[in-house]
Design a protein. Structure first.
Length: 118
């Protein structure tokens, strides 16, 4: 039991010495009439950068929302003027287009009799 109180006292003494060394290394600033205004100037200077970025982000988000609404309206109004959709399926239209394009690459076959080739 005596040993525990001795180590506890030693720990408390070491902690008190650590606090004294800390107080000596970092003294309290002297209070003055400009303490609070200078403190608030420092706080506001750090916040000014974040305020600029938050305003920029809000403005960009508003512009993106307005642009998306505008594009949505343009697409919806332009879609109403298209008219009737074809009755054929998309695959059938692609197959027909492929067939018509593939004919462009074939030349008609011309044959000449062997007697005329000389």
């Amino acid at each position: 039991m005596d040993r525990e109180s001795h180590s506890t006292g030693s720990d408390e003494a070491r902690l008190e010495a650590l606090f004294k060394a800390y107080r000596a290394a970092c003294p309290d600033p002297e209070p003055s009439a400009n303490f609070m205004p200078l403190l608030w100037q420092g706080i506001e200077a750090r916040q000014s950068v974040s305020i600029v970025f938050s305003r920029l982000a809000r403005n960009l988000m508003t512009a993106a929302l307005a642009l998306s609404i505008l594009l949505g309206l343009v697409v919806s109004f332009s879609g109403s003027h298209v008219g009737q959709l074809p009755s054929e399926s998309y695959v059938e239209l692609l197959a027909e287009e492929h067939y018509s394009q593939s004919l462009d690459y074939y030349d008609p076959l011309r044959t000449t009799p062997a007697t005329e080739q000389h």
